[in-house]
Design a protein around this ligand. Sequence first.
Ligand code: PEP
Ligand code: MG
Length: 881
Amino acid sequence: TKYVYAFSEGSRDMADLLGGKGAGLAEMTRLGLPVPPGFTVTTEACKVYLATGEEPDELGVEVARALADLERAMGRSLGAPEDPLLVSVRSGARFSMPGMMETILDIGLNDDSVTGLAKASGQERFAWDSYRRLVQMFGRTVMGVDGDLFEQAISDHMAQRHVATDHELDTTELVKLTDDFKAIIREATGEEFPQDPADQLARAIRAVFDSWNGERAHVYRRREHIPEDLGTAVNIQAMVFGNLGGDSGTGVAFTRDPATGESGVYGDYLPDAQGEDVVSGVRDALPLTELEHLDPRAYAALGGHLRTLENHYRDLCDVEFTVERGKLWILQTRVGKRTAEAAFRIAHDLGEEGTISADEALMRVDGAELTRLMFPRFDTAGAAEPIAHGVPASPGAAVGVAVFDSAEAVRRAAAGERTVLVRRETTPDDLPGMIAAEAVLTSRGGKTSHAAVVARGMGKVCVCGAESLAVDPAAHRFTAPDGTVVTEGDTLSVDGTAGTVHLGELPLTASDVGRALQSGTSTGALTDAVLGALRHADSLRRLEVRANADTPEDAARARALGAQGIGLCRTEHMFLGERRALVEAMILADDDTAREQALAALLPLQREDFTGILEAMDGLPVTIRLLDPPLHEFLPDRTELALRIAAAEDPDPRDRALLKAVERMDEQNPMLGLRGVRLGLAVPGLTAMQVRAVAEAVTARLRAGGDPRAEIMIPLVGTVEELRLARTEVERVLAEVAEETGTPFDCPIGTMIELPRAALTADRIAEAADFFSFGTNDLTQTTWGLSRDDAEASFFPLYLDQGVFEVSPFETIDQDGVGRLVEIAAAAGRAANPDLETGVCGEHGGDPASIHFFHRVGLDYVSCSPFRIPAARLEAGRAAL
Ligand code: PEP
Ligand code: MG
């Protein structure tokens, strides 16, 4: 195995082996871009190290050989006393993990070469500042010394010299500081700071390997679903310096705006600085366009390289670059992270420009992004002025209480509270809090600061660089320019689209995309892009998309969003509210007459419901499910009722009767009890009433000239015998109503597959069914033996943490288990009944990953809540590619 590749030996296709950064450096080298030369230690070497605790035997030799080649190319030697070569050592995994792992700069400096660097650069202070940074960084990340000790030493020196920033420490002071740093290391580890450059390099590489298993890297991977076993590559690259004076600097540039997707070069530039300074947001960067005035030649060269990269990668690229005394160097490139808005606009624009095909453009966006764009935004009409303005770094509207440290955000989120994490700037250590918070607000840093990059990657609302805010993290408060003091626990509304912060909770209103999807009309570049992508998805997809809806209003909304019918109308939702009394009467009836009376009172109400829904979905299928949940759900709580009776002087006899009924119906496991088809078979007249309501509604719609397409669905069937019994009753009532009205009509009768036994005997069940609808909520519950109502709040966090699940099986279909049952049942059902229609109406019907699975197993449709329909259409289209 070869563990080390020179940049000139790799390519973009080798990202698994070289990591994203290494592959990008190799590709740019091949393209002839000005990349400081270097080499990459592969992820394979890291995997060996992580598995065995030792680097592979050959690694040392290979690194030495690659270093010798690098020294020859540069005409300088690592850490030589005269004009030393220095290198950076950076992590770079397959998937970008910004700031989550270690970087060590200026490897090669020691007590001798620091003088060589001073001479070669003509800048003594710069050389010593670089050396003290190396000792500090190496001490902390490689030798494990507490970073605060170094910070304290810097503060002490600043205090002695009466200066406010470390920039004001002179050379003499930096020499002393470096000595102090070395003493700190000696004290803490009993070891000297290593003077041998080769030793420094080897240990730095190992430290990067180790950082793969650092706490924040773990947290980030879990959040982003990045596998734990990929390992990181390590990039060793000749140092170039952006901090050699006014003709030097460093920056980040994008080929398009990563926040809005607008075309045109975009980025930040920081004169006389190192890369880390931009990302940390410690110093405020200039807009990139300033570079045009400062150094027109470097600016023009950069623009040319950005075009080269975008044409080559055919996508938004970002780069980190450094200008060293007027010479431009590109240090990194990748296909850039972007907001959901930018993703749609860029894909659309690249498609229009002919750079990518319509299919490729569709693959560049996804349902989760579309859903994010549909989130409501703040309605600022009549609201007070914002208390702060900042950089709109990651869009969306978020409300939460202000918190001033990561741990507090995590604590409050665990208690169910929504928070806004307020910091001067964020560091990778703030990651848990950023995940827990609804929004991130910082007073420093631009669109490329850590806070902005990480929040954007997560789709989290972020306003950064709100410079007018005086943030005091120690006192847990900030002061706005108008004097408003916000302390921990105060409610804020953060608008990441406008870059504003309001005190209190602002009302919400539909987003532009939400409106455009409802109305079908575009209002700008973004909605053009979204509607265009959906049109293309619709032209490709095989899966139909229906809605889970049980009111005429929901049905109409779903239809506007593109629903091709209703896949699940849950009739129990029509038994709530004022009708509860009627349901109680039905349950309490102690003879047939009383029960018939109660059912007769429910009939017209159900009929009206169905008529409205059939009207809203005229011409499209409406799958009406007979009553499913256990009846006691419609009765009062047993304990409350008992208490009420005990407390009353003269208890209501109705209450006593109710309590008896509640006690009679009480079940240890109601989810496995008298519900679903069992209910219809056990409660005389219930199925008949519901079917009659459907039939009369259909007839009414037919008479009104409509095109009603009702279908009747029997829930929770375990054996074909149950379905046969229920079906017989349904057909009997349909025939009865047809006889009465003289208007016969077609009404498919099908069943839900939501028990493993039903899935495994699907061939038999299909003989009595016109369609199958997979109830994957119950099917997941019964296949795993996990309560859908309790498990997610109980031990799921632990399971997710320990990697038992990567995602909740109630959210994304468990393909190996539950999915396998779906596959078996669909195939067996179709084999037994070639006309069988198949769909899914559990929550998974609106989940992107699950939709791709349902496409693969050949279902006819997915059904999901109205809000998820556009995303489901998009994903169904992508699944067909
Ligand atoms: C299901 O179980 O997946 C289903 C759609 O039915 P419900 O959620 O109403 O139990
Ligand atoms: Mg169910």
